[in-house]
Design a protein around this ligand. Sequence first.
Ligand code: BGC
Length: 766
Amino acid sequence: MNKLCLLSFVIGLVSQSAWAETAVKPASNASTLQAKNAFIANLMKQMTLDEKIGQLRLISIGPEMPKSEIVKEIAAGRIGGTFNSVLLPDNRAMQDAAVKQSRTKIPMFFAYDVVHGQRTIFPISLGLASTWDMNAVTRAGRVSAIEAAADGVDMTFAPMVDITRDARWGRSSEGFGEDTYLVSRLSATMTRAFQGTSTQAPNSIMAAVKHFALYGAVEGGRDYNTVDMSPVRMQQDYLPPYRAAIDAGAGGVMVALNAINGVPSTSNAWLLQDVLRRDWGFKGVTVSDHGAIKELIDHGVAKDFREAAKLAIKAGVDLSMNDKAYGEELPALVKSGEVSVQEVDNAVREVLGAKWEMGLFANPYLRIGAAVDDPADRNAENRLHRAEARDVARRSVVLLKNENDTLPLKKQGTIAVIGPLAKSSVDMLGSWSAAGLARQTVSAYDGLANAVGDKARLLYAPGTNITDNQEAIAYLDKMEDQIHIDGRPEQDMIDEAVKVAGQSDVVVAVVGESRNMSHEAASRVDLVLPGRQRDLIKALKATGKPLVIVLMNGRPLALGEENKQADAMVESWFLGTEGGNALADVLFGDYNPSGKLPMTFPRSVGQVPAYYNHLNTGRPYRPNDSNYTSNYFEEPTSPLFPFGYGLSYTQFSVSDIVLSINKMTRNDKLTATVQVKNTGKVAGETVVQLYLRDIAASLSRPVKELKNFQKIMLKPGEEKAVTFTLTEEDLKFFNPSLKYAAEAGDFKLMIGLDSEDVKEASFALQ
Ligand code: BGC
């Protein structure tokens, strides 16, 4: 962008079509960075304090403010960006108000929660994590960005990378699970996929990683609750995924709603300045979560709205999401000198910087386009990416049990499809389904019907309601959509299902949670199948027909009973637009399942927090020696399904580990190799996982930690060598003084196909 153009932009003489010709390249080199900084400095010189404060306001399109008022506010220079609008004409009208009517002509930006898809919905994040397949996740992120950009969206509030080890938390569904390494890889992958080659590209959107920080560790899994955590655990386990997004170039960070050790993230200068900017070198924009500045009053750190605004801006919250704190309070705070102009300027600079990086100064209509190009039908089929969604979705499915090769099913005979979720397409979308539509989404039943055509007969019965807890229904009905309730007595529904099962060769029971049960503000006190679904499963088992349980849910469930009843059991999460078809691919063996659990499945809710990489304790749990050891006495302390677990329709063997060296210096590279063989009858993929344990260190280290993995495809009988390379970097951890270093001593190295079933070898760092 040349100087003349910048100038004409600032004084508002550039026509809309001229914007397109002035596209800037990313500020990747010193001269573009200089140009960006000079442009913003020049622009800020011409802004009044009120206009600056206006840039810090991010407003939701919704009931809070009617569209007409938003447009007026934008024209008056009092709004910097909006979120929740994906209608091109609406965004265009708002952008017109900004660049044609406001005095400064500063473009707006438009944000949205594009978490696992925009119009084509991919599996929920926990499902994406189950693929352990970075190519698949890249496809999901890229398609999401392309579709969102085509809807005029510039920024997404994603990826959501909160580590969570407590399945009671409803937002487990939005994250990538419990493991630092896996979540960090996914965090970087998703960020790159959203942002593409440049955040300034018309088909890219800027990623704002969330929720910074530690939101997944809320006490008791109760949403918005307190987080109290040791500095070592924070640095070692919970902070790396946010950093991974930032290292991958994420342009934004969303600040979490929770307090950390008593200090809310929103007023946490240590978090937002020392960690984020000083230690990690973050150069982008920070945005509060919804209404979070005002919530500083309820947190008990601000006595009123004025103090809340003051704390947030001083801590380093640049954009205020959907509350009036900055707009109403900052003018007086600056006037009284309690907040300096420089503090406001710092935030404004980041907001304008983000707009530059999103390519909006070069072309405010970069993603909105011209009215003539608007799609006649924004929900047109040809705007969807069904093939990509189906392929990613089937990779997300985890096979939990398969006795006597019950699966894959044959496309013949009579199949009973039973369960409250069997015909639900809205639940298939999962929470945060952006602009995805239930009517364009394939239910489990429809997917199976598509697959069998006229080769087999399908029978259906709902079997039971998703829950019979009236208080829970009333609560959940306030979110997204209402829970469908069949008015008949539950027992009548179970009886009907048993009858239908009796007429069939095999039963497929689609059970689990409604999507709003795994949602923001949807924490559970129990993890078993809700309502009468457990009774339904028992009744179906009693028919003696082979029973396949298909789970749809957004968190690990406690499935001890179901695991006993089922002949085969499949975890499908919420698979998105092509869910039913993807599920059918797996159930009929057109795709051999390869997903692996990204979260431990406990036996009971009492086991949570349940995670594989725990410390050993002084009295570790031993399955055959429970006396005065760390355990629960009512049932085994081990999980039902461990982290990294997932079966296939074939079998794999893993050889003993061969290490290149047993003693490693700090400059050495150590390789660990295993031979993995497909010993079964069909081709399949599996995930070979590498874990490490530091035997004795300056603080207690986890019993194992994932350090790497490879997903490989093997034909029947085929064998491949899988080699991992380790350097000193892989052995580092935060010691009690928070120094990140590797300590000399013995290590155990483990390789296997889940976190429990591993081969072991030993080496030492000298
Ligand atoms: C959620 C965020 C989300 C925001 C905007 C909040 O309630 O916590 O994750 O990005 O709303 O929709």
